[in-house]
Design a protein around this ligand. Structure first.
Ligand code: ZN
Ligand code: ZN
Length: 276
């Protein structure tokens, strides 16, 4: 088990109450070589709810700054005693195109090894998790999602583009959704990631569902490879220690099936390859 470069701890509002030290212990028990802690920073809600005259709800996390500071400090402290694991500090920044300036500040924080960049929401809309899909024009919604991911890909505030098909995750019949009409836009995203020297991830959180899937689908991972993509990471997006290694073997298999013989790690944003 080589890596898990996208994980959440108790600092994330939706994370289980487990410390970084708990995760390090579990990672070493699993034989993971690299683990990044990437707690949630929704950059469009960087300050506490009061700043926005809002109330914290299940739908909206606030205080990304507080999460970032707490999480990174705990990871840096844990790095002193994590061997043989290499423990990496970072964050999952949501909605980067909505505040590139603040995202860049976090990206350039000297303590940070890597940033996972995500689109969980379209501007002015809730997380895709909370949409009522019966009321949505789904192809238009998915197009808007990929357009926002392209805007994210065009920034310099991430190392790993997270869960490329997050906008599909909660569709009523996700696995049957036909991506063909979106392939030109997806190619543009992938080409942008490649040109910038960034990576995409194989995100295994969908493997925990009754109808399991990997995000993105194999067809898109192959497309990335065919376009010249070489930088690939693996993550379970675990919010609980019990999922730290869940499905990593399947993710590694998919990477090999798509033609990859090595994976990528980022340390202080510098990429290096590890054999698969
Ligand atoms: Zn995410
Ligand atoms: Zn995540």
């Amino acid at each position: 088990m080589i890596m898990n470069l996208h994980t959440h701890t108790h600092h994330s509002p939706d994370g289980a109450p487990q410390t970084v030290a708990d995760r390090v212990q579990a990672a070493n028990a699993l034989g993971l070589k690299y683990m990044a802690v990437t707690d949630h920073v929704e950059i469009n809600r960087f300050y506490p709810a009061e700043y926005y005259n809002a109330v914290e709800t299940e739908e909206f996390f606030y205080d990304g700054r507080g999460v970032f500071e707490g999480s990174v400090a705990e990871v840096i402290a844990a790095q002193a005693d994590c061997a043989p694991l290499t423990l990496l500090a970072g964050a999952e920044i949501g909605q980067i195109p909505q505040d590139v300036e603040k995202s860049a500040l976090l990206y350039n924080d000297p303590r940070v090894d890597l940033i996972v960049g995500s689109v969980h929401e379209l501007p002015g809309r809730p997380d895709f998790y909370f949409l009522d899909y019966a009321k949505e024009d789904i192809p238009a919604l998915v197009t808007a999602y990929f357009e926002e991911v392209l805007r994210l890909a065009q920034t310099d505030c991430y190392d790993i583009l997270a869960h490329l098909t997050y906008g599909l995750r909660y569709l009523p019949n996700r696995r049957a959704y036909d991506l063909t009409p979106h392939l030109d836009l997806i190619d543009e995203i992938l080409k942008t990631v490649i040109a910038k020297g960034k990576a995409i991830e194989l995100n295994g959180s969908g493997l925990r569902k009754p109808q399991p899937y990997i995000d993105p689908d194999l067809i898109l991972v192959r497309r990335y490879r065919d376009l010249g993509g070489e930088r690939l990471t693996i993550s379970t997006d675990a919010h609980d220690t019990k999922y730290l290694g869940f499905g990593v073997d399947l993710l590694e298999d998919m990477a090999r099936t798509a033609g990859f013989s090595r994976l990528t790690v980022f340390q202080k944003h510098e990429p290096f390859y590890v054999p698969l």
